[in-house]
Write a new protein. Structure first.
Length: 328
């Protein structure tokens, strides 16, 4: 009989010698990937478990309207720490975070994700993924109004330090959606530059298109390719522009030699790390829930790939995170 695949949380990794930052995670979404009957950790639980293994700060990313509002509420202290933060609707996550004293270890990024932009734009076409669009009530908000709300959140909350994730995703849409994504991406690029914030880019099957927008419009001073997925040549080009590449669980996957080559092709000072939790859980835990505490597995792979002492890599990753997002 085939062995049943483990679906629960990965074990806690060995603590890192120097604390690092998870520069891209979705705490609001973790509940909906858990096996049925598994209780969702609170935000305080996530922060404590991550800190215990050397992940002492993170950037919470809200990239749809409900998530951006949730992120905004999460970042507002001391009111949020005293009273808790309202959960996203149960139909979205079922989570109900209650903040503890570690809330100060969280910064935020907000945006309308490219796949969200398509739905706000009224486009209902099937992309290469073959999936039918799944609009929700919040997609009734016109795209320009949704982006304006993102801008208002970013302007009013000084703990929002990035606009993202934004960009293009041609795996999930067709030509009409591509046009909507491009315009939404341009609006986010302009917003990041206007507010002096970092930009976190989502780039899936759209390398040429993303680079074209950045070339035409000009990239913000601090531009991050979240979950970098390009090759070594693109990595070198991005590094030459002064951009940052953030590596997630896929850099640990056995088949991803090209991604590891891309990591070796850029200066360590332009490398960041992330979980993109609850997605992209690193090897050997693929298919299990991801969370910030799992990040040391990816950090250790980064150190092995660049052939540098783990403590040195951790120090550099932490310093670069502060350079990009500011102090926590």
């Amino acid at each position: 009989m085939a062995k049943q695949r483990e679906r629960g949380w990965p074990p806690d990794p060995e603590p890192l010698p120097v604390p690092v930052v998870d520069n891209h995670t979705h705490l609001d979404s973790i509940a909906h990937v858990l096996p049925e009957g598994t209780p969702a950790p609170t935000v305080a639980d996530h922060l404590a478990r991550a800190a215990a293994v050397g992940v002492d700060r993170l950037v919470q990313v809200g990239c749809d309207l409900p998530a951006a509002r949730w992120t905004d509420a999460l970042l507002r202290e001391p009111a949020s720490a005293e009273h808790g933060v309202a959960a996203r609707p149960a139909a979205v996550t079922g989570d109900n975070p209650v903040l503890g004293p570690g809330v100060g270890k969280v910064l935020g990024a907000v945006a309308i994700h490219p796949n969200e932009a398509v739905l706000h734009g009224g486009v209902r076409e099937v992309g290469p993924d073959g999936l039918e669009p799944d609009p929700r009530p919040h997609h009734d908000v016109p795209l320009d109004v949704a982006v304006a709300e993102i801008a208002a959140i970013a302007r009013a909350n000084d703990r929002v330090r990035a606009i993202g994730e934004t960009g293009m995703d041609l795996f999930r849409t067709g030509p009409r959606g591509e046009a909507v994504q491009r315009e939404a991406f341009r609006a986010h690029v302009a917003l990041a530059k206007e507010l002096g914030l970092a930009l976190q880019i989502h780039d899936r099957d759209a390398h040429a298109q993303v680079l074209d927008v950045l070339a035409r419009d000009g990239a913000p001073e601090r531009t991050v390719f979240h979950c970098y997925s390009g090759d070594a040549a693109m990595a070198r080009f991005c590094a030459e522009q002064g951009w940052y590449l953030s590596f997630a669980g896929p850099v640990t996957f056995r088949a991803n030699d090209e991604l590891r080559a891309a990591l070796r092709a850029v200066p360590l000072a332009q490398v960041l790390v992330e979980t993109d939790a609850p997605y992209l859980t690193p090897h050997p835990y693929r298919g299990r829930p991801n969370a910030p505490y799992v990040l040391p597995t990816t950090v250790r792979t980064v150190a092995e790939v660049v052939d540098r002492p783990l403590a040195d890599v951790c120090e550099r990753l932490a310093a670069t995170s502060v350079a990009v997002y500011g102090p926590w």
